[in-house]
Design a protein around this ligand. Structure first.
Ligand SMILES: *Cc1c(COP(=O)(O)O)cnc(C)c1O
Length: 413
């Protein structure tokens, strides 16, 4: 066991600004959804460049409401990636719809759009791309397919706050389908403000969309299906009157959380820059190590860098991914794995008859992937220690000395 202090997988960047904003909210006497939430929604919509933003208490809630408002219901099929957190799928299941998985692209670990057509059925109503680690999914192709088959697109952008598609393949005159900042492309996009995400409110989420009716519907669903218009209509008689227009949910964001969100939003760019700097260091250190595969960024994509995934070339190592993680932990570095594919989960076997082996690319990548710590509160010394530790473990467990690769590669030329 190392004597050094453990480097945690994540540590949020909470400064005096966040503390002051939350304290101000607490002192104001208004704790639940109010002016700070309204301001947070406005500033978030401006940051994304989306016409509407609706704050809720998690990304899971955001996805549930977005799919509900897009008309997804019992018996519908919704196509998504098995390489995600269970929340993506739960949102589909809450509505009685069936998640249909397609395997992933081994380069980005996002759902492989070439496999989408074969997953379509009479019942397919929507596609839910997940922007894994912050690398945008192939939205130009997904949007083109959605348009051709009249499907809704709801994006899980839990990792993708700063992500952008600067250019795409499906350019369509002055309608650049599937291009732009994530949050402006699909019918609705859902963000997470969970404790480890790029922007945090402790727990929280946001839906962005362009359609005003859709936004109003999501907002109504987020608070018991109550009508705001009724509040306005009867405002002169007091604020006690409301009408329940439909069955809704209790998903509203508190002003305490929104206060935290406002402070975090002002630092989003600086926090991204610091993560990008750490990514550059990791990449430079690991690029010429044949046992490791560093993350790919496809041309034209701006990566949000929520996760730094490292993939092991297991055939070049004498230890597997789990043992690699154990070694890192023993030396004081806490890493993680994103994600255990959903089709390998007992529930998905029971509910849909899925088995290990059904999505071989997802499974193969899962077995060799790990996520290194990546957050703005990570210091230069810590980054250095993580790099050295990874290099030491690799050196101790490489199947052959590096020099023999060089010799073999030279012989191949
Ligand atoms: C974190 C996460 C979610 C869930 O976000 P919550 O805000 O915790 O509901 C959904 N999808 C992905 C890919 C995530 O990483």
């Amino acid at each position: 066991m190392s004597n050094e202090i453990m480097i945690p997988f994540h540590r949020p960047l909470i400064g005096e600004e966040e503390i002051a904003r939350v304290a101000e909210c607490l002192r104001s006497g208004w704790l639940t959804t109010g002016q700070r939430t309204v301001e947070f929604e406005k500033k978030f919509a401006e940051y994304i460049g989306a016409p509407h933003a609706i704050a809720v208490n998690s990304c899971t809630a955001a996805m549930h409401l977005a799919l509900a408002a897009l008309g997804i219901k019992r018996g519908d099929e919704v196509i998504t990636s098995p390489y995600t957190f269970v929340a993506t799928c739960e949102a589909i299941q809450y509505l009685g719809a069936k998640p249909v998985f397609v395997d992933i692209d081994p380069l980005t670990l996002n759902l492989n759009p070439d496999l989408l057509p074969q997953a379509l059925s009479e019942r397919t109503r929507a596609i839910v791309p997940v922007h894994f680690a912050g690398h945008p999914a192939d939205m130009p192709l997904i949007m083109a397919l959605a348009q051709a088959y009249d499907l809704k697109v709801m994006e899980d952008a839990a990792h993708a706050l700063e992500a952008e598609i600067k250019w795409g393949v499906a350019e369509n005159g002055d309608n650049p389908l599937g291009k732009g900042k994530i949050g402006k492309i699909g019918d609705a996009t859902c963000f997470s403000f969970y404790a480890t995400k790029n922007l945090t409110t402790g727990e929280g989420g946001m839906v962005t969309c362009a359609n005003a009716d859709l936004a109003a519907h999501i907002r109504r669903l987020s608070l018991h299906g109550l009508s705001r218009d009724a509040w306005k209509r009867y405002a002169s008689t007091g604020s006690w009157y409301y009408e329940v227009l439909e069955q809704g949910y209790k998903y509203n964001l508190t002003d305490i959380a929104a206060a935290l969100g406002l402070a975090q939003l002002s630092k989003v760019k600086a926090m991204w820059q610091r993560r990008a700097e750490i990514v550059a260091r990791y990449n430079a250190a690991f690029a010429d190590m044949p046992e490791l595969e560093t993350p790919t960024v496809k041309p034209g994509m701006c990566h949000a860098w929520h996760l730094y995934t490292l993939r092991l070339h297991l055939y070049r190592l004498t230890l597997d991914r789990n043992e690699f993680l154990d070694e890192l932990y023993r030396r004081g570095i806490n890493c993680s794995v994103h994600f255990i594919p959903l089709h390998m989960m007992p529930h998905y076997h029971k509910a849909y008859g899925l088995h290990p082996g059904d999505f071989p690319v997802a499974e193969r990548e899962y077995c060799r992937v790990l996520s290194l710590p990546l957050y703005p509160a990570l210091g230069d010394e810590e980054v250095k220690r993580i790099i050295t530790t990874v290099q030491q473990i690799i050196a101790a467990h490489a199947r052959q000395r590096r020099v023999s690769y060089a010799v073999r590669e030279a012989a191949l030329v």
